[in-house]
Design a protein around this ligand. Structure first.
Ligand code: CP
Length: 344
C-alpha cells in the first residue's frame, strides 16, 4: 500500500533563541505511543511505505531518542538479540555510520559488510550477496544501491526487513525523515513553511524523498536550479520549479543545497559545474533573497565552492547542516525500533 496524504504528529514548541547547531532543548521525555492503527510498515523502501500516523510516530520517537543522545545517557536496549546488516554497494559516510550507531545504541548486533573485500569482487551478484547475508539470520538489512529497483526485488526474496539507505536517483527515505525532524526542531512544525531545494534535484534521491515527505507534512516545496538539472514536469506535480535563485528563494524559510551528482550525469558532468556557483551558489549574499533569518540545509556530502560557500555552511546562526547529522542517528534509531518492534 502506498500512503499519500498529509501527516499528524505532536508539534514541538518553536525553537526560539536556540542557535542553529544547538538542537532544541525541549525534549520528549515520555516514549511516544504507536499509532492507534499500529505501526504496520513491513519495510522502509519509500516514503510511500509509511502512513501519515507512522510518519508522525517516527518523528516523535526520533525526538524521544534525541533526548538520550543530547544527554549522552544509554537508550533502552530495544533491539537486544536482533541482527542488523548494513550492506552498502555505494559509498556513504553519514547514512552507513549513523545506521551503525543507531543499531548499537539500541543493543542490536550490527555488521557492516566490507564490500571492497567481499565476494562481489569475485563476480557474485548483488542479489546472491544479499541472500547470503539474509541467511545469516539477519532481522533487518540496510541497503544502499546505485540501481533504482534493487530494493523492491530484494524485498520479494529476502526473509528480513529491508530499509533503503539510498537508491539510485529515486529515494532516500531516512534522509527525508531526518530532514523533517531537523526542520521541526528548528521551526516547531513543518506545515506552513516554504522550502527551496536548490541545485541538481534531477539526479538526487534526497530531493525526491524530501519533496514527497515535506509536502505531505504541509510544507510548500520548490525545486530551484538550471532547467537541465530539474526533474521533468510530470514528476512531482505538487512542487513548483524556478530557474533563478532570485525567484526561487523569495519568501523561503529554508534553502537546501544539493551536491551535483556528477556520477549520475551522462557526460560525467564536466559542463554542469561550469559557472554554476556564480549563478546558483548559496552564499551569505544570495541567502538574502530568502526570508530574513532563513536557514540553510544540505544532506551532504558538500562540495564547497560548487553549490555552497563554505562560510555559509559553517555559519552557526544560519546552518542546520550538522544538526541534520545529529538527527540522522535519532531518526534511524526510531526507524529501526519501530520496524523491528512495532512499538510494542
Ligand atoms: N546524505 C547522505 O546520504 O550522505 P552519505 O552519502 O554520506 O551517506
Amino acid at each position: 500500500m502506498v500512503h499519500e496524504s498529509s501527516g499528524e504528529s505532536i508539534k514541538l514548541l518553536p525553537n526560539k533563541g536556540a542557535t542553529a547547531n544547538a538542537p532544541v532543548l525541549m525534549t520528549m521525555t515520555e516514549r511516544p505511543i504507536p499509532p492507534r492503527s499500529g505501526f504496520n510498515a513491513e519495510r522502509l523502501i519509500s516514503i510511500g511505505d509509511l502512513s501519515d500516523a507512522e510518519i508522525g510516530y517516527l518523528l516523535d520517537l526520533a525526538e524521544y531518542y534525541a533526548g538520550f543522545l543530547r544527554k549522552a545517557t544509554p537508550a533502552p536496549q530495544r533491539l537486544a538479540g536482533k541482527t542488523q546488516i548494513n550492506l552498502f554497494f555505494e559509498d556513504s559516510t553519514r547514512t552507513n555510520l549513523s545506521f551503525e550507531l543507531a543499531g548499537k545504541k539500541l543493543g542490536a548486533d550490527v555488521i557492516n559488510v566490507p564490500i571492497a573485500a567481499s565476494s562481489v569482487h569475485k563476480g557474485e551478484s548483488l542479489i546472491d550477496t544479499a541472500q547470503t547475508l539474509a541467511a545469516m539470520s539477519a532481522d533487518v538489512m540496510i541497503i544502499r544501491a546505485k540501481e533504482d529497483g534493487l530494493h523492491d526485488t530484494l524485498n520479494e526474496t529476502l526473509d528480513c526487513i529491508i530499509v533503503n539507505g539510498g537508491a539510485g536517483a529515486s529515494e532516500h527515505p531516512t534522509q527525508a525523515l531526518l530532514d523533517a525532524a531537523t526542520i521541526r526542531s528548528e521551526f516547531g512544525d513543518v506545515a506552513g513553511l516554504t522550502i527551496a531545494i536548490c541545485g541538481d534535484s534531477k539526479h538526487s534521491r534526497v530531493a525526491g524523498s524530501d519533496a514527497v515527505l515535506l509536502t505531505r507534512l504541509g510544507a510548500k516545496v520548490r525545486f530551484v536550479g538550471p532547467a537541465h538539472l530539474l526533474p521533468s514536469s510530470d514528476q512531482f506535480p505538487e512542487v513548483d520549479r524556478f530557474d533563478t535563485l532570485r525567484d526561487g528563494l523569495d519568501g523561503c524559510d529554508v534553502a537546501m543545497g544539493l551536491r551535483m551528482q556528477f556520477e549520475r550525469m551522462k557526460d560525467g558532468g564536466k559542463d554542469a559545474a561550469r559557472g554554476y556557483f556564480d549563478t546558483f551558489g548559496l552564499t551569505h549574499e544570495t541567502i538574502k533573497l530568502a526570508k530574513p533569518g532563513a536557514r540553510i540545509m544540505h544532506p551532504g556530502p558538500m562540495n564547497r565552492g560548487v553549490e555552497i560557500d563554505g562560510a555559509l555552511a559553517d555559519d552557526r546562526e544560519r546552518s542546520l547542516i550538522l544538526r541534520q547529522v545529529f538527527y540522522g542517528v535519532a531518526i534511524r534509531m526510531a526507524a529501526l525500533d519501530a520496524l523491528l518492534t512495532r512499538g510494542e
